[in-house]
Design a protein around this ligand. Sequence first.
Ligand code: ZN
Ligand code: FE
Length: 237
Amino acid sequence: MLNVYPVLCRAGSMDNYCYIIQDEATKIAAVVDSSEPAVIIAKCQELGIVPQYILNTHHHFDHTDGNIELKEYFGAKVVGNGNDRERIPGIDIEVYPEGTFALGESVAEIIDVSAHTQGHILWYFSKDKVVFTGDTLFNLSIGGLFEGDAAQMFEALQVIKSLPDDVLFYPGHEYTAHGAGFAQHVARNKEAITAYLTKAATRLNAGLPAGPFTLGEEKACNPYLMAESLAEFSRLF
Ligand code: ZN
Ligand code: FE
């Protein structure tokens, strides 16, 4: 089993989520993305966790600019997509799409979803039913097309859609409020979106992240996942 502890970083500006994760069986831990080292270090101390790895979803600074500091502080190793090694600060261990990475007994499948950036990967812990989607999939929206086009993003989203409905996904930012208006506007299933937004509001009001949502919930409510063809998807921009 994999325990997941979200850490809101750059709160009020970029609202990044980094995640402290720990394999229950072996207690081996990692940080997924590194945004604001002081905040991540404080949360690790509170939890009594010393991460051995920093896992990156993609090269953008708001996901990697804590790599060096966290690596030095914890003696951790930075793990990222070998195909993007030049842009991942402090990379020590290269993983590749279609490969795996073992965090103790929790094993992540590395899945290429290049579009937001070239070399963006998902960390999919299939047995644990958890996927870290970085800046590819957010609650009710998706990441911007910085280095890819709509066709490439559509392909990436089809890969995410192919994962089981009961998988919980953990995005790289708290952008639920930002995606909510458009999702409501284009919703086909009004009951699903109402239930989604009620759940999100309840958690946010309690000072918690809006998520995690399951991919099933997301498939029913996220306009970008609901698009069934590239033509339909392209009309959303
Ligand atoms: Zn990004
Ligand atoms: Fe980002």
